[in-house]
Design a protein around this ligand. Structure first.
Ligand SMILES: Nc1ncnc2c1ncn2[C@@H]1O[C@H](COP(=O)(O)OP(=O)(O)O)[C@@H](O)[C@H]1O
Ligand SMILES: [Mg+2]
Length: 463
């Protein structure tokens, strides 16, 4: 190398077209995609096997005395040890020496014990009003990669660690949430698809009764629709490696709903397609079996997302603190406005004609949530976004942490990671990011439940 030599030219100079052509493969036909997909599926299975237990199922790790006393129960380690000694029937944890390791089931048993026998000055169990239905939290934004799935998954796990019973519904045909939860989904019949189909089929049945009475011809009920009438959401719900998180999973075929729903709607204009999922949760009493139902949505404002939004009590809209994400989130709100306002308008026109009370969509709370936040680079922009969104935004910004995504296939996010694999400070900080997100959402959750109870009491008083 000579010291006076010019630096090498940039890599895009002097490209030889003939050599470039020689490096190309033949033109690609559609079959080649199938081949790529097959290879990818094989690779995925290989990778997956490395992290899964031999039976291919995910396992949740155990929690140490340190974690139990630091994050899960408000008790000192010495007190926990005394109580365990005095109550041999309680789970004693596994492992030698001072630190014992407990499964989450065991932690939940310990929590029940303390809640019924521990100090009454302390709150061992998270509050939840009796007799109130689960709150539905939807996480949505039509932009991809903004942290919808990560936020929804972490919230589900935080809530589960807090002892809530959680149902996660994956509405994204990419199925990321389903993988995180270790779900197995064969085809669209194991996703939310049949719930939409059943809602339409029931509508057609009701409509056909009216038509028969009026001597009009019936709307068709094809094989898919007839079959869907047999489906219960309970058959779609699978358990996960978390004892108190259940799942309705997704896979690629769920995308079919985006084509099918508008066809059904064309056949029966009176079908309120946006209510299908909410109806399913309600009519099969799913809302009574859980405390929190979390819906993860695809990066689009399609029919599945509209169903998720319409079923939601609480809507979370994650976005990064960047100009592009702010801009597109603004547009997302604009689309939400026009979509739901036009549904209300259309419905109410018909309702007014029939002397029925008007309908209005309503959410308990809506929050934009800054995700992947880098305080060193993005504080100014985040402050601007905060100023414009005002109380539409959470106050806490979910920070960027290497602990998300890094953990890979077996472990997802902070709550599944074993803290011993990290520097303790890194762990504590990384975890705090999601703990604080949960704290803020939990506050909204408890607040809305509380408000519901007060409102019910007021109405009962009037009656
Ligand atoms: N707080 C965070 N810190 C670091 N990486 C994050 C964080 N939240 C999300 N990510 C990463 O950002 C990417 C997109 O997140 P994801 O939740 O899949 O977005 P979406 O569901 O909106 O498409 C993923 O690779 C995820 O691991
Ligand atoms: Mg996602």
């Amino acid at each position: 190398m000579t010291s006076s030599s010019k630096p090498a030219p940039p890599p895009y100079f002097n490209i030889d077209p003939a050599k470039a052509a020689a490096r190309l493969s033949d033109p690609i036909d559609t079959v080649r995609f199938a081949k790529a997909a097959t290879f990818a599926a094989k690779g995925r299975d290989d990778l997956a096997k490395r992290g899964y237990s031999p039976d291919g199922r995910k396992r949740l790790r155990k929690f140490s005395t340190w974690e139990v006393c630091r994050y899960l129960l408000d008790i000192a380690p010495a007190h926990l040890r005394r109580v365990l000694k005095a109550h041999e029937d309680l789970p004693q944890g596994a492992g030698e020496g001072g630190s014992k390791w407990f499964t989450l089931e065991e932690v939940l048993t310990l929590r029940d014990h303390f809640a019924s026998e521990g100090s009454s000055a302390k709150q061992y169990k998270s509050w939840r009003p009796e007799g109130q239905p689960a709150k539905v939290i939807s996480v949505a934004n039509f932009k991809g990669g903004v942290g919808k799935t990560s936020t929804a998954a972490h919230l589900a796990m935080s809530a589960a660690l807090d002892g809530y019973r959680v149902l996660v519904i994956d509405l994204d045909s990419q199925g990321s949430m389903t993988s995180i939860m270790g779900g197995q989904v064969e085809d669209e019949w194991q996703t939310a698809f049949p719930l939409l189909a059943r809602d339409y089929a029931r509508h057609v049945q009701a409509e056909n009764e009216t038509r028969a009475a009026a001597g009009r011809s019936a709307l068709p009920l094809d094989e898919t629709l007839t079959e869907s009438l047999e489906v219960s959401p309970r058959n779609l719900i699978q358990s996960t490696h978390w004892p108190n998180i259940d799942l309705i999973g997704a896979q690629l075929n769920l995308y079919w709903a985006e084509f099918q729903v508008p066809v059904w709607r064309m056949q029966a204009r009176s079908w309120p397609l946006w209510d299908a999922l909410a109806n399913a949760l309600q009519s099969d009493k799913i809302l009574e079996d859980y405390d929190i139902i979390l819906l993860d949505t695809p990066p689009a404002l399609g029919y599945l997302t509209i169903n998720a939004l319409s079923a939601a009590d609480i809507l979370l809209v994650p976005l990064g603190a960047s100009f592009l994400e702010f801009d597109s989130t603004g547009r997302f709100f604009d689309m939400l406005y026009s979509t739901f306002a036009s549904i209300e308008e259309g419905e109410n026109r018909i309702r007014r004609q029939n002397d029925l009370p008007e309908m209005k969509f309503e959410w308990d709370a809506v929050r934009a949530l800054i995700t992947r936040f880098d305080a060193a680079q993005q504080t100014d922009l985040a402050n601007v976004i905060q100023a414009y969104f005002g109380d539409f935004m959470t106050t806490y910004r979910q920070e960027m942490t290497a602990m998300v995504g890094q953990a890979g296939e077996q472990v997802n996010g902070i709550y599944e990671a074993d803290y011993r694999e990290f520097n303790r400070d890194t762990y504590v900080r990384g975890r705090e990011t999601f703990d604080r997100t949960w704290a803020e959402i939990k506050e909204i959750l408890l607040g809305t439940w509380w408000r519901d109870v007060q409102m019910e009491a007021q109405e009962d008083g009037k009656a």
